[in-house]
Design a protein around this ligand. Structure first.
Ligand code: GLC
Length: 566
């Protein structure tokens, strides 16, 4: 079976008027600093993306989502933004941004950018002004400053721990403290301040006017906070339920007033700009973020926290589709992103023993393996990749949007053994010994099999690339029948042809470890999560994640079929 369908699918060009393009889009996440480096400074850039537009077009994606490319000291990989309406000079210029949008649009690829509204960086002009100003000044009111406790206010206002570890408050020279839910370089904005609200509306218009099609909203569930005194202790905070919209920090009902205002901005454009929420909230609270009056779509992360297991996958799909039905949005599917261990690696690990300091979810995500020094004898690379390919074809056949992460189309594994001195992620520095951080999925992509940076740039890469990247390079897979890259290309092009109504019908397989479903129009997907091969329903085989054996579906394999019309 050939997997090369490069010439097969008609290209979809941007018509400018399809308001529903996002509902079942394949969105490819670019982590700009690690995608392609055109100027050779070791950091990926916008020119690098422009030179790779033909690659993206050939891949068959509908949109790219760019992680932050704004000016930043990179205290958190760019999620510490100095200026929301500019491009980091190390990455490019606004003119280059416009060129990139035009080049992508010319290929029918939409552009989604990351908005980071919970916090700026500590180098943002407003934060500098806040530091230079007096306590209680209008400049400080844009952030969350408080006096300390204890003698001379030398103790933080509360004992809260930040998400990245360490205290959530940092003291400034005049003795006040500011809140940062993440790193100290990421001061939280005060969303009760109308100036902050107005400035983000300006940012949304700024990028929308430049032709951006949509936004990915970072930590969308944290913006509004109830910080009236007395502030609760961490233990008290933890005891407050998060499922009722009244938690002092997370997922407060009033956050939706902000998104209703944003929606009015999105809808003032033609077609309306889209948004997807990164909101780690209780399941029944997700639909509100995804509603048409709000951001319009929300990430469902449940699939990426599952083992490669039929029952677990089915439960997530059923649940996510029912949530989508509730919100009126489409569902979203994610197997990898810039925050988690790559799925080829997760699926190649044995269930890890209980490890002190790690949660159930960490173990599933491979974080414990990274923490343990990435022992090679625990990772079955081939099994992981085979399962990852099967999971990907399963994912791409589901109704809704698939969010893909750069490098997964190469079957890339996590780089588990980055030396500590090369690590960049604040989670590593702020939680010594507990978390190795997320650098392993952010290593610059291998484009060619040779050269000092495997074709990423001319001389260096900002994170070290392992030798085995050579085997996964685009060059090594391009035109190679059965390669992971060619499987993604075939799947993404076929998906455009096969995608219909956002519904699916489960097909009884008679086996607990085999899932099958039918989409309208006779597109049937069967995934064998087990080891024993399985029978296939009749139909034309369109694509398989691994070769079929004697007309049967081997273990850890997905097949797409077109049902015979009777
Ligand atoms: C989101 C981003 C993550 C970042 C954090 C703080 O979770 O995905 O990369 O560190 O927000 O901005």
């Amino acid at each position: 079976m050939s997997t090369d369908t490069r010439a097969a699918a008609p290209e979809v060009r941007i018509s400018g008027i399809d308001p529903h393009w996002w509902r079942q889009a394949a969105v490819y996440q670019i982590y700009p600093r690690s995608f392609a480096d055109a100027d050779g400074n070791g950091i990926g850039d916008l020119q690098g993306i422009i030179t790779r537009v033909p690659y993206l077009a050939q891949l068959g994606i509908d949109a790219v989502w760019l992680s932050p490319f704004y000016p930043s000291a990179l205290a958190d990989g760019g999620y510490d933004v100095d200026d929301y309406r500019d491009v980091d000079p190390k990455i490019g210029t606004l003119e280059e941004f416009d060129q990139m949008v035009a080049a992508l649009h010319a290929e029918g690829i939409r552009v989604v950018v990351d908005i980071v509204p919970n916090h700026s960086s500590d180098r943002h002009e407003w934060f500098r002004q806040a530091l230079a100003a007096e306590p209680s000044s209008p400049e400080r009111e844009r952030y969350i400053f408080r006096d300390g406790t204890g003698p001379e206010g030398a103790e933080p206002p509360t004992d809260w721990t930040s998400i990245f570890g360490g205290p959530a408050w940092t003291r400034v020279p005049d003795g006040q403290w500011y809140l940062h839910l993440f790193a100290p370089e990421q001061p939280d904005f005060n969303w009760a301040n109308p100036e902050v609200r107005a400035d983000f509306l300006k940012t949304l218009r700024f990028w929308s006017d430049r032709g951006v099609d949509g936004f990915r909203i970072d930590v969308a569930h944290a913006l509004t906070k109830d910080l009236t005194d007395p502030l609760p202790s961490e233990a008290e905070l933890d005891a407050i339920p998060r499922d009722a919209g009244q938690h002092p920090i997370w997922d407060r009902d009033e956050v939706h007033e902000i998104y209703a205002e944003w929606r009015r901005v999105f809808d003032s454009y033609d077609p309306p700009r889209t948004a997807v929420a990164e909101a780690w909230v209780e399941r029944h609270r997700r639909p509100r973020y995804a509603s048409a009056e709000g951001l319009g779509q929300a990430f469902e992360f449940d699939l990426l926290t599952q083992e490669f297991d039929a029952a677990a996958f089915k439960d997530v799909v059923v649940d996510s589709l029912s949530l989508a039905a509730e919100s009126g949005s489409s569902s979203t599917w994610v197997l990898s992103n810039h925050d988690v261990v790559r799925h080829a690696t997760r699926y190649g690990l044995p269930p890890l023993p209980e490890t002190v300091g790690t949660t159930e979810q960490d173990r599933k995500q491979g974080a414990a393996w990274v923490l343990a020094g990435a022992p090679e004898d625990q990772l079955d690379r081939e099994k992981g990749q085979r399962r990852a390919r099967a999971a990907t074809l399963f994912e791409l056949a589901l109704p809704g949007s698939a969010y893909l992460y750069q490098g997964e189309e190469l079957g890339l594994h996590e780089v588990g053994d980055i030396p500590d001195e090369a690590r960049q992620d604040p989670t590593f520095f702020r939680s010594p010994g507990v978390d190795k951080g997320r650098d392993g999925c952010r290593v610059p992509l291998p484009w060619s099999s040779t050269g000092p940076t495997f074709g990423f740039g001319s001389s260096s890469a900002h994170l070290p690339q392992p030798q085995w990247f050579a085997d996964y390079a685009v060059e090594a897979q391009e035109g190679v029948d059965g390669s992971t890259l060619e499987m993604y290309r075939a799947a993404l092009h076929l998906r455009r042809e096969l995608q219909t109504d956002e519904t699916l019908e489960w097909i009884e397989t008679g086996r607990d470890d085999v899932l099958a479903f039918r989409r309208p129009g006779g597109w049937v997907t069967v995934t064998n999560f087990g080891e024993d091969d399985a029978a296939l329903p009749s139909g034309e085989v369109l694509l398989a994640s691994s070769p079929l054996v004697g007309g049967r579906l081997p273990g850890a394999t997905t097949v797409w079929l077109r049902e015979s019309q009777s």
